[in-house]
Design a protein around this ligand. Structure first.
Ligand SMILES: [Zn+2]
Length: 140
């Protein structure tokens, strides 16, 4: 699998982005971990690329202002997968194929099963409570 993160530079497409000097504990889409105290972050509107046409969605995400971390893009980020998450799958046309709630400990198995389906082009991991986009997954 390949993990797709969001660069802090994506914040510049949202003129209404908000700067927060310290916002500890929010899920960062640049390095896929929770923010620490006194780490400056952006909060902004973002549209993940997997949904197209009527399936294109915009929602709030956080990134660092300057991301200090290198992310491993070939393995799941454990820090953001310690709670149940929504796993939404999309076809090549950008339409939702399916969605399900996945429990911690089951992500690898469920993701592998979905990526073995040739109708599925990409996956989105989202918050269960808020529905917010966390990161995308495609085949490597
Ligand atoms: Zn980061």
């Amino acid at each position: 699998m390949r993990i797709h993160t969001v660069s802090p530079s994506a914040s510049f497409s949202d003129p209404g982005r908000e700067y927060r000097a310290s916002e500890p504990g929010v899920p960062l889409r640049c390095c896929l971990r929770k923010s620490l105290p006194d780490e400056p972050v952006w909060l902004f509107r973002y549209s993940p690329s997997s949904g197209k046409g009527p399936y294109e969605e915009v929602g709030p995400i956080f990134t660092h202002v300057e991301c200090p971390d290198d992310v491993l893009l070939d393995r799941l980020p454990v820090e953001l997968l310690n709670n149940p998450r929504i796993l939404r799958s999309y076809n090549a046309a950008g339409q939702i194929h399916d969605g399900e709630v996945v429990e911690p400990g089951s992500f690898d198995r469920v993701i592998e099963g979905l990526l073995n389906n040739p109708s599925i082009e990409s996956l989105q991991v989202r918050s269960l409570s808020h529905g917010c986009f966390f990161f995308a997954i495609t085949r490597s």
